[in-house]
Design a protein around this ligand. Structure first.
Ligand code: GLU
Length: 194
């Protein structure tokens, strides 16, 4: 278990995600992380331990965007390290995502992509999804996510951002929970209705 969140709106996203992640901590919190997409750049902060450690890190940086995703991790694949904490980004920088669940065929996907020259940076199963999506993405999020969902096996809830789609957050789920809420000018998704 773990908690994932996404927010798309007009309010400063880092504070919203950190407050939301704190409410998800009961689901597991060996580490936590978030990404804000600001002027075409994914600004990423990740910390081992409680969400308050992430909060402290974020308070020292500039995370002023209004679109972002976040995660509290409960590791299944790969140790509890900053590198293994989510979000995970594709090597080509196209895609970044958070994941709740287990990708059972991650090793096969990783080997296939490594044979194609894709560099991996973590021991997580999640990175295989991020790298696969980044590798096949050609500007059409829906088609790329459909291919990803057809390729991965296991339980997943994914919240995904594409660098060239700064006004969009994409989600996919199978077997792991994810709720969506639409307000006036804002959309939130989360593992729990926090
Ligand atoms: N399997 C993923 C990992 O180990 C996600 C675990 C979770 O749901 O927190 O990073």
């Amino acid at each position: 278990m773990c908690g994932i969140m996404g927010y798309l709106g007009t309010k400063p996203v880092a504070k919203i995600i950190i407050e939301g992640l704190k409410k998800h901590e009961y689901r597991g919190y060996d580490s936590a992380g978030l990404t804000v997409l600001d002027k075409g750049t994914f600004k990423k902060a990740r910390a081992v331990g409680r969400v308050s450690n992430l909060e402290e890190l974020v308070s020292k940086g500039d995370f002023s965007g209004t679109v972002g995703i976040g995660h509290t991790r409960w590791a299944t694949h790969g140790g509890v390290t900053v590198e293994n904490a989510h979000p995970h980004e594709s090597s080509n920088g196209n895609v970044i995502l958070v994941h709740n669940g287990i990708i059972e065929n991650s090793r096969a996907i990783k080997e296939e992509l490594q044979n194609l020259g894709v560099e991996f940076f973590t021991d997580t199963d999640t990175e295989s999804a991020a790298q696969y999506l980044g590798y096949i993405y050609n500007g059409d999020p829906k088609s790329a996510i459909e291919k990803l969902v057809a390729r991965i096996r296991g339980a997943f809830a994914l919240v995904i951002m594409f660098r060239d789609k700064p006004d969009e957050i994409w989600v996919a789920r199978k077997g792991s929970p994810l709720v969506l809420a639409h307000g006036v000018g804002e959309t939130v998704c989360a593992s729990d209705p926090v």
